[in-house]
Design a protein around this ligand. Structure first.
Ligand code: HEC
Ligand code: HEC
Ligand code: HEC
Ligand code: HEC
Ligand code: HEC
Ligand code: HEC
Ligand code: HEC
Ligand code: HEC
Ligand code: HEC
Ligand code: HEC
Length: 346
């Protein structure tokens, strides 16, 4: 709670600083700024990030690849990069940096991210003379990420270092493009979170096209409802410490407590379900009764041999192949609170 209050306070302070700059700036009214600021507050707040150093503290990024270079200012960049600069104008960073630079001319704009430009302006084709955010730019991947982390470390990015993305040389600009507004919020490289991830994880994205799937293509959720692409303490970049905690966030009724627990449910929902999509009913890993019989293989009731003759149309129809199979009778398969429910019938 104290943590939350601190974060809200930090955000309010940052916002009011911006508003002060905005008000001091002819042509930028407080009203337009509040409207622009709202989505970013929501986005940053929802992700629970800590406050990055605000725009007012922006400094020229350090570029060891051009140690002699000095800053040349935004106007010089625009002279050669008209188009990029126009696209940049309406982004969150441009709004914030321009407001801050008007109030304090020592605040850089382009050079906040790209580093000092004098060497680059003299010899634009020389690789590494400016901080580029592509693999071809000659700027080491680690320096690219570090430049953004100068303002964005902590919070959601607490576990960036050592995360599977960082270790595999994925960098901020694989998912973010701050040079234009391609997405509604989050300055993503593609229109939406899902499309941004699908650039590299097409195999996972197509799992959501299966017969039963989490309602992601329907727009009801996105990859970041369950994963933190910046790194996490759990495995598979899950936002929570275990698979089950992730599932309980939305399927709270499955958490229990139950009088009679079904051991595999407590252990891991993925004993029976796939997280993304499945061609079986209800995201199951395989169909009932085979699903149950993987574990309940004792002789007798749970494990009678099923043949085509056991089908509803066969000579000895068997309940285990009819309706919902085993769960026709063991309906409370996730656990039961009925005094007479130890076999999950009710
Ligand atoms: C004299 C013209 C000129 C000026 C001034 C200039 N640039 Fe460039 N810049 C270029 C050219 C030309 C290229 C393309 C180089 C190439 O294709 O190898 C370029 C490329 C770039 C790239 C891409 C680098 C890469 O390899 O990915 C970035 C980023 C960039 N400039 C940023 C800036 C910034 C920021 C400023 C102001 C500090 C600036 N430029 C000033 C001409 C200029
Ligand atoms: C918040 C950090 C940030 C700021 C501020 C910024 N850029 Fe960029 N810039 C980037 C990133 C990241 C990329 C790589 C985008 C991508 O993935 O292609 C980039 C790419 C570029 C490129 C390469 C061409 C392209 O569009 O990919 C140029 C040129 C460029 N920026 C110029 C500028 C200029 C001029 C300014 C100031 C008006 C500026 N940038 C301000 C982060 C920034
Ligand atoms: C001078 C500090 C500074 C630098 C450097 C910087 N940012 Fe930011 N960035 C900010 C501030 C301040 C905000 C305002 C929102 C916030 O507090 O999160 C912001 C917002 C964002 C957002 C959220 C946008 C939204 O719509 O919610 C993203 C994404 C982002 N930055 C990515 C980057 C990336 C990628 C880089 C490196 C290429 C970068 N930033 C470099 C200061 C910076
Ligand atoms: C694998 C893709 C991916 C990578 C790599 C990535 N991001 Fe993000 N980032 C996202 C997505 C998706 C969101 C939107 C999250 C949301 O809406 O909750 C986001 C949100 C953000 C935000 C705004 C919300 C917040 O957490 O404050 C900032 C700032 C940000 N990223 C900065 C960075 C920086 C800095 C890096 C590099 C160190 C980086 N990101 C690397 C995908 C990525
Ligand atoms: C530029 C390519 C790229 C993008 C974009 C990308 N990833 Fe990844 N991702 C990787 C690589 C490389 C790995 C590590 C190798 C692997 O497991 O495939 C990885 C691994 C993962 C893993 C597995 C982690 C583990 O421990 O097994 C998850 C989960 C993941 N990414 C989620 C996302 C999400 C969510 C997004 C979008 C916000 C995203 N990725 C965007 C390249 C990318
Ligand atoms: C409903 C929650 C949820 C959503 C939404 C979700 N995932 Fe996952 N994802 C998981 C869980 C749970 C795992 C498995 C973790 C394990 O096996 O321990 C996983 C595993 C992964 C893995 C590693 C294993 C593999 O299958 O390759 C990748 C990569 C991945 N997810 C990417 C994505 C991408 C990309 C999206 C969005 C298109 C996405 N996930 C959406 C919950 C989710
Ligand atoms: C962000 C919220 C969210 C998270 C996290 C989440 N789910 Fe779901 N899940 C949903 C929604 C929404 C539906 C669709 C419900 C509907 O259509 O009635 C759904 C549907 C399902 C279904 C029924 C699918 C069908 O075709 O009938 C299963 C099974 C399921 N989820 C299991 C899981 C498991 C296992 C996890 C953890 C890996 C999980 N869910 C995590 C939101 C979530
Ligand atoms: C022992 C196997 C098994 C495990 C483990 C399991 N489930 Fe299920 N689950 C099923 C079966 C079988 C169905 C389909 C029931 C039916 O046909 O009506 C189902 C259906 C569902 C549904 C959709 C119908 C409903 O009851 O709401 C959701 C949501 C769901 N499971 C979530 C979860 C979550 C969350 C976990 C982990 C806490 C979990 N399941 C663990 C077997 C399992
Ligand atoms: C991953 C293994 C696994 C799967 C899959 C599984 N179970 Fe279980 N089940 C167990 C374990 C372990 C127990 C606890 C056994 C004990 O306490 O002796 C159990 C207990 C039960 C019990 C109570 C048994 C008793 O003696 O009280 C019933 C009934 C049951 N399962 C039915 C099902 C049905 C129906 C399915 C398919 C929808 C299913 N199980 C799938 C592992 C599994
Ligand atoms: C027609 C209803 C029905 C169907 C269908 C059914 N069961 Fe049962 N099951 C029962 C009843 C009733 C009991 C309790 C017997 C008792 O208490 O002696 C039971 C008991 C069990 C037990 C506890 C151990 C035992 O042998 O008593 C397990 C495990 C079990 N069932 C698994 C399954 C599996 C797996 C399937 C699907 C292949 C299945 N059941 C299908 C009614 C059913």
């Amino acid at each position: 709670m104290a943590d939350l209050t601190r974060r809200i306070a930090a955000r309010l302070i940052r916002l009011s600083t911006l508003l002060l700059f905005a008000c001091a700036t002819p042509g930028v009214t407080a009203q337009t700024f509040t409207a622009d600021a709202r989505p970013w507050l929501a986005a940053a707040g929802a992700a629970g990030g800590d406050a990055p150093a605000g725009f007012a503290q922006a400094r020229v990024a350090r570029n060891p690849g051009a140690a002699q270079a000095v800053p040349i200012g935004e106007k010089a960049c625009i002279a050669c990069h008209q188009l990029e600069s126009e696209h940049f104008t309406h982004t969150l960073h441009a709004l914030g940096l321009h407001a801050a630079a008007k109030a304090d001319p020592s605040v850089p704009v382009c050079e906040t991210c790209h580093g000092p430009g004098s060497e680059h302006a003299k010899a634009p084709t020389q690789k590494g003379s400016i901080i580029g955010f592509t693999r071809e730019s000659g700027t080491p991947i680690a320096l690219q990420s570090q430049t953004c982390l100068g303002c964005h470390s902590g919070g959601a990015r607490d576990h960036w270092l050592g995360s599977v993305h960082q270790r595999n040389d994925v960098t901020c600009s694989d998912c973010h493009n701050p040079m234009a507004n391609f997405s509604g919020e989050g300055l993503l490289a593609k229109k939406s979170v899902n499309e941004t991830c699908a650039q590299c994880h097409t195999d996972v994205r197509v799992q959501f096209d299966r017969r039963s799937h989490m309602p992601l293509p329907e727009g009801q959720m996105s990859c970041v409802d369950c994963h933190n692409p910046h790194g996490s303490t759990g495995k598979s970049l899950l936002k929570t410490d275990s698979v089950n905690e992730t599932c309980y966030e939305c399927h709270a009724e499955k958490r229990g407590p139950f009088l009679f627990e079904h051991a595999p449910v407590r252990q891991n929902c993925l004993n029976c379900h796939t997280p993304h999509g499945s061609n079986e009913h209800a995201l199951l890993v395989t169909s009932v009764p085979q699903l149950c019989q993987q574990c309940h293989s004792g002789l007798g009731h749970p494990n009678d041999l099923q043949t085509p003759l056991s089908l509803g149309s066969g000579t000895h129809p068997d309940e285990r192949l009819m309706g919902r199979g085993c769960v026709t009778c063991h309906a409370q398969i996730h656990g039961s609170n009925a005094p007479s429910g130890p076999k999950f019938h009710e």
